[in-house]
Design a protein around this ligand. Structure first.
Ligand code: NAI
Length: 329
């Protein structure tokens, strides 16, 4: 039998946590043959709710779930962690300035980064889901100097998955027919879903949409970028099951690899590729193999794409400058 993998989930009592934990425990995060130990991190007032979720996990009798620990202490929750899903964050509330939002999240992600640095396993892989995800990942990474920088990633897989379905609907195909779609930049309204490299049922996506650049600019891109707000409007609550699903996909792909001839989108530290300043945690087209990822190189970036990538990267640079000024990185 395999050694259990320690998976730490922060914000475990939240709505994404509730949609995520049962799937991890059932084997969907790492594989149907990988036993897991769950470590749930919550703030003190939410510990009781986390215990309730743990009771339900017990009641599922998942064969792969070896044990559950609940704590409000990051040093305990990240002890020996192999995978960390940082979901709990401080949401933007009405009238909150960006600086306030970033410093509130600095108060969460800086200590968690340090706790990961001091306690996690050597092979730790971190996915930041809590918004602003890219910059929260940067804060956690900066607080963990002993952990290789490329273990800190931010989630743009939900945007990727949203884009797949929109393109499939437009072309009368299914998501399985679509390859090499990319989300570039920030997980925010400036993100750029790029179909110029993509194929639909073996032909260039741009042909599959009949060259309709107006649909791209006025429909596809804003629909994907503003989907979060549309879900809130319709559901009365923010995306939870789809966000949890994307977190599962992100880690599963990171650990188990991308399919031959395809890639995925992940927010990862830039090495300067495609003019994205080094060190920014930005979304790129990436392939993964043996638990490591690589940015897909050599893609032709047309003018349409260039302007949109640059705009999102500019926002990431502004966020980085702001957290630098606040002393968070
Ligand atoms: P939620 O408010 O239901 O749950 C958040 C949980 O985090 C709460 O239980 C809270 O007690 C906990 N928490 C707060 N501070 C904590 C800390 N320091 N340590 C541990 N736990 C802490 O929120 P929900 O819906 O689960 O969303 C979580 C985050 O995910 C939000 O920031 C949201 O914006 C983000 N999100 C990101 C997406 C992405 O695509 N990257 C998609 C959807 C949501």
């Amino acid at each position: 039998t395999r050694t259990p993998v320690n998976v730490t989930v922060t914000g475990a009592a939240g709505q994404i946590g509730y949609a995520l934990l049962f799937r991890i425990a059932s084997g969907q995060l790492l594989g149907a043959d990988v036993p897991v130990n769950l470590r749930l991190l919550e703030i003190t007032p939410a510990l009781k709710a986390a215990e309730g979720t743990a009771m339900e996990l017990d009641d599922c009798a998942f064969p792969l779930l070896q044990n559950i620990e609940i704590s409000d202490d990051p040093n305990v929750a990240f002890d020996g962690a192999n995978v960390a899903l940082l979901v709990g964050a401080r949401p933007r509330t009405k009238g909150m300035e960006r600086g306030d939002l970033l410093s509130a999240n600095g108060g969460i992600f800086k200590p968690q980064g340090k706790a990961i640095n001091d306690n996690a396993a050597d092979d730790i892989k971190v996915l930041v889901v809590g918004n602003p995800a890219n910059t929260n990942a940067l804060i956690a990474q900066a607080a963990a100097p002993d952990v290789p920088a490329d273990r800190f990633t931010a989630m743009t897989r939900l945007d990727h998955n949203r884009a797949l379905t929109q393109l499939a609907k437009k072309t009368g195909t299914t998501v399985a027919d679509i390859k090499r779609l990319t989300i570039w930049g920030n997980h925010s309204a400036t993100q750029y879903p790029d179909i110029f490299q993509a194929s639909v049922a073996g032909k260039p996506a741009i042909e599959a949409i009949g060259g309709d650049e107006q649909w791209l600019a006025d429909d596809f891109i804003p629909t994907v970028a503003k989907r979060g707000a549309a879900i809130i409007e319709a559901r009365g609550a923010s995306s939870a099951a789809s966000a949890a699903n994307a977190a599962i996909d992100h880690v599963h792909t990171w650990v188990n690899g991308t399919a031959e001839g395809d890639w995925t989108s992940m927010g990862i530290p830039s090495d300067g590729s495609y003019g994205v300043p080094e060190g920014l945690i930005s979304s790129f087209p990436v392939t993964t193999k043996d638990g490591k990822f690589e940015i897909v190189q050599g893609l032709d970036i047309n003018e349409f794409s260039r302007a949109r990538i640059d705009a999102s990267v500019k926002e990431l640079e502004e966020e980085r400058a702001a957290v630098r000024e606040l002393g968070l990185i």
